[in-house]
Write a protein that binds this ligand. Structure first.
Ligand code: FUL
Length: 487
């Protein structure tokens, strides 16, 4: 680059001057902010987990590692059916247990004999990973892999040789089946197992054994856009429970050095850390049934649409992503009860948000503070690039939406433009009733990428959102009211 031009460029950057020649008035980012891969991950919101392997045939939750490959025999294997059901439920992706703790590989790995190659299924020519990746792609769903770090089958588990094996498997998966949107690193680690026939207990130090930093840098090389999930990130963290809810408040920031896979401080993971050192948002993992694998005895315990909807509000509705597990049966199908439930859930979700209030129904937007160039009305525009901002010294502000004519309340979506960090600590929502009274209708803590609120169904002529406290000047990219669905 020409020296003079490069000097000019440094000057513009140093003094925050935009190319239009004006000093940019945009708020500065606050604290850690998401990477491009995390922003893409946030946009997914809800995807599926598939737990399927020899463990399914043993009717247990943790395979010991001694099942013969002969036992893996899905007679009606149909990943197209899985994907269609998941799509109907509104899922944006699917993550498969390519290898669970039992060690059996659902793809023809070159690195072990313990795989589908040695199963009678399709004469050893089957590939669950490849078939699901292809079906997901066809249906427009993103694909991710779970590769259990704990391997109860492999003789090498606990020695350095196993780490090479584990990384070799990851390479096969990430290079052979991409693009991959998420790599799931489970925290369950070490204990008794088959270990090549020795049937013993093996304990590892989960802080040092895996050398995750090296593994993670390999994942970055092989799949730069894949988010790495583990108890403590680096890209997405566990939410601290398997019940379907993240904490309230839910900070996407975390003091990362306090956590390691298998070393979870669950309370901290549920809430994140306000002012935390890294952007590591929560993912809520929960199964549609009590277990992660299919058990016929749980056919009458499939979660109802109401339960799934509650889970949606306590995960996606609190700014986390939801990974909902759907375990295929021994035949290799999503069970009819689960599939009917998922389709009904998808319909219920569509209905829930079917009537967004149109911008033209709004008479005005007003704010107690408005940064120049970042008008209150920006919250009606979609996307996180347009937002309402306050001046730097503001920590408390009210945004009021006045309607042309009264409407009935139903749901409300609030979003912060998280590319500039997470700021809002607490807020309240009030409505101006037909009788002319301001009435409190909701309160909340954090917002982050999204907060969904179920509002009382009443007729109102105006709505106001007050940010009561924030770690930096509050910003909102969306305030979207939803009206009750058509009967
Ligand atoms: C846990 C595992 O032990 C379960 O089997 C399941 O895979 C769940 C998602 O994570 O840690």
């Amino acid at each position: 680059m020409n020296k003079k031009f490069s000097l000019l460029l440094s000057f513009l950057v140093a003094f925050n001057v935009s190319f239009a020649g004006k000093k940019s008035n945009a708020p500065a980012p606050f604290g850690p902010v998401p990477t491009a891969r995390q922003l893409a991950w946030h946009d997914m919101q809800m995807y599926a987990f598939i737990h399927f392997t020899t463990t399914t045939y043993r009717d247990v939750e943790w395979g010991y590692g001694d099942a013969s490959p002969d036992e893996f025999m899905p007679t009606k294997f149909n990943p197209r059916q899985w994907v269609e059901v998941l799509k109907a439920a509104g899922m944006k992706g699917v993550v498969l247990t390519a290898k669970h703790h039992d060690g059996f590989c659902l793809w023809p790995s070159q690195l072990t004999d313990y795989s589908v190659v040695h199963s009678p299924w399709l004469d050893g020519k089957g590939d669950v990973v490849g078939s699901l990746a292809a079906e997901a792609k066809r249906a427009g769903l993103k694909f991710g892999v779970y590769l259990s770090p704990w391997d109860r089958h492999d003789m090498r588990y606990g020695s350095p040789a196993y780490i090479d094996y584990f990384r070799g498997q990851l390479k096969e998966l990430l290079i052979g089946y991409g693009p991959i949107f998420e790599v799931w690193q489970d925290g369950a680690n070490g204990g008794d197992g088959y270990y090549g026939g020795l049937r013993e207990k093996r304990t590892i130090d989960n802080k040092t054994y895996y050398d995750w930093a090296t593994t993670d840098s390999l994942i970055r090389q092989w799949q730069p856009m894949a988010c790495i999930f583990s108890d403590g990130g680096p890209d997405a963290r566990w939410c601290g429970n398997e019940k379907g809810s993240v904490g309230d408040p839910n900070w996407a920031t975390l003091n990362r050095n306090n956590y390691a896979p298998g070393n979870a401080k669950n309370y901290g993971l549920q809430h994140g850390d306000v002012g935390g050192t890294h952007w590591i948002p929560a993912e809520v993992d929960v199964s549609i049934r009590p277990g992660w694998f299919y058990h016929q005895s749980e056919d009458d315990k499939v979660k109802t649409v109401e339960q799934l909807m509650d889970i949606y509000y306590t995960s996606v509705g609190r700014g986390a992503n939801l990974i909902l597990n759907v375990p295929p049966t021994k035949e290799g199908l999503v069970h009819p009860i689960d599939s009917a439930r998922l389709v009904a859930f998808g319909e219920a979700l569509q209905r829930e948000f079917s009537r967004p209030l149109k911008a033209k129904a709004i008479k005005s937007w007003k704010a107690t503070n408005e940064r120049k160039g970042f008008a209150a009305s920006n919250v009606s525009k979609s996307g996180r690039k347009t937002y309402w901002a306050t001046d730097d010294d503001v920590r408390e502000a009210t945004l009021t939406m006045t309607l042309k004519k009264p409407v009935s309340l139903y749901r409300l979506r609030l979003c912060e433009p998280i590319q500039l960090g997470q700021r809002i600590e607490s807020f309240q929502v009030e409505a101006l009733t037909k009788e002319g009274e301001w009435e409190g209708i909701a309160t909340g803590t954090t917002i982050g990428p999204q907060r969904l609120l179920r509002l009382p169904e009443k007729e109102v002529q105006a709505l106001r959102v007050t940010v009561n406290s924030a770690s930096s000047c509050p910003l909102l990219s969306e305030v979207q009211l939803f009206l009750p669905p058509e009967p």
